[in-house]
Design a binder for this molecule. Sequence first.
Ligand SMILES: *Cc1c(COP(=O)(O)O)cnc(C)c1O
Length: 377
Amino acid sequence: MNNIPFNKPFATGKEFDYIKQAITNGHLSGNGEFTKKCQTWFESNIGCQKSLLTHSCTAALEMAAILADIQPGDEVIMPSYTFVSTANAFVLRGAIPVFVDIRPDTLNLDESKIEAAITPKTKAIVPVHYAGVGCEMAKIKDIAEDYNLLVIEDAAQGVMSSYQNQPLGSLGHLGTISFHETKNVICGEGGALLVNQPELMERAEIIWEKGTNRSQFFRGQVDKYTWVDIGSSYLPSEVNAAFLWAQLEAADTITQKRLEIWETYHQAFADLEVQGQVHRPIIPAQCQHNAHMYYLLVPDLDSRTSLINTLKQYGIYSVFHYVPLHSSPAGIKYGRVDGNLSITVELSERLLRLPLWVSMTEDRVMKVIETVYKFFS
Ligand SMILES: *Cc1c(COP(=O)(O)O)cnc(C)c1O
């Protein structure tokens, strides 16, 4: 059997047709027919009030930071166990990321530790839905309401997931999602900003269009198009949107296939968990997940390193993440820690992600499972 890569981007087969159609349409810059189709899909399937397609989730987070009116010195509460863009977007506006520990079961922001981190400078809470499993949003929203804070969901990994039957990205004031090739539904590089707060819609569109009122001009709402606010070029081209449209049409099939592989791993590793060798992911009852990743928590850093090496000897590529942001050079420089981040530190050394991609065959999944068992025997 060939090597088993960690990820292999999936294509539905329709991508070429839609890209060809975008070329035939003669509109290749942003905000054309395919962009509108994708945005309508988010609005009806995620249930956000308005959505704007972006060239990355990083861009969507930057837009969210501008929309949240983050000023230098403001504080934004987030986990340390996340991708750099969660923090960078706010640091770019002069804010201080305040890192709080995660829950040991879901590796999501520990909602019971948020209140202690709030100061008069706190502006927003950024829950990151790790592995597409929802954070405890009911509690987080209550805290945000009590302290008058914005909730910006980093739902980069959460397309097709829900919490209490509500899609991730539709629960906070703002939500952001990613279509990077390592995510479930992809277009190479891409993302979206989801706006759930009607008052923020108009400004979101202006920031998206380089700080101009171009969209209002095209709708005939203003008689000239001019620079009205800060902004940047956050739109992806129609080529990317066309690719994404093919994937959104297949989003159910993609999720179903990933869930099957996830379940195969999960059932297979139940014994290993009983033996006390690993811990498997925990999905709370109120969360429907999208099988964004399958990970194992192994005993310690040394066993993780040896397991990665053993898998590699058998041609299987597994990966770990993240270097906790509070311990990274930029995190130390720009951020602040609240309380003790012991769960973050411990679990970031014990977590290992196994290969999981849509066209992964059953024999490959079995080979990964057998090799993990071989390692622990
Ligand atoms: C992937 C990811 C991002 C960044 O997404 P891009 O589309 O690559 O910019 C941000 N946050 C989290 C939690 C992610 O997993």
